[in-house]
Design a protein around this ligand. Sequence first.
Ligand code: PLP
Length: 361
Amino acid sequence: MADFRSDTVTQPSGAMKERMLSAALGDDVFNDDPTTLELQRYAADMLGFEAALFAPSGTQTNLIAMMSHCQRGDEAIVGQQWHTYKWEGGGMAVLGSIQPQPLELQSDGTLALSDIATAIKPDDPHFARTRLVVIENSVGGKVLPLQYMRDVAALAKDKGLACHIDGARLMNAAVAVAPEHGITPQQMARELCDGYDSVSLCLSKGLGCPVGSLLLGSNDFIARAKRVRKMLGGGMRQTGILAAAGLYALENNINRLADDHANCRRLADGLTTLATQLPALQGQLTALPVQTNILFTDIELPLAEQLLPYLAERGIKLTGSNYQSANGHIKRLRWVCHLDISSADIEQTLQAVAEFAHRTL
Ligand SMILES: Cc1ncc(COP(=O)(O)O)c(C=O)c1O
């Protein structure tokens, strides 16, 4: 079985579970859970921040960040497709009374610097106070490059705004671009965060933990964030059992993300080859470029409606969304590679697609 729906589906490994079972525990709301304190220190040191805060989910660390940077009536600049804007139930508006100012994404996943600058409102009672810029990296599997990250941070600083990274998959971005900078993924991640006021880092995606996300920032910011976490119901007690998984993941599961990226590229190349060679797929299936662990493929809708159940019957799960192109109705399928997808799973998946194409002809 290959579950490509998300990298959130990973199961904790035996070694991770052992670490969890032997974790020293306290009460994190009283700030005395030793394993949680150790995880927060470890992550803050790795990414170059003063402090960190453990919370149940990436949605919550993002919301805590936005509510800690902004007051009621402030505004946050976001991307139309950012998770913080589109996929978190409108939490910043509903729970934070923060006005989102969404901007269109460029094809490389960035927000144009000129669009950000133009969106910043003058200090005028007609307008919400622009207070925060949110960036997502990686975004839809694309990596926002180091220079771009620095340019956004510099722009925000110049305009007196705070800036936050939704780094749910920051480590995927870091692993992808570290080689071209000649540094380790950990050093790369630190560079990508340089100049930002806060970052949210998910432990339960590619890093393979069952639960958890970290918010990183200055001591003052994390003190404010802790109050917001409590208000949102995210203050948990014997969190060491979860933090131990986080420590295991940060120590062992960062560099191996390169395997997921290689699997994803192999899947893209294999599907492209099948789409070239097999008449049933010719002109019907296009694999979009892969930078990290997420591949999107565009498939003509009628074919996709046959392919998805065929794969599901063979235990191959994936998600997709429909859109209308100039040439007709398309299904864009999302294939996410992760810790629990092996290279053998990739070959079996390609084999299943090839068999489907032979039968369909
Ligand atoms: C980019 C991004 N940010 C934040 C989140 C939220 O994480 P969680 O599911 O832990 O709330 C996700 C989840 O998929 C995500 O993809």
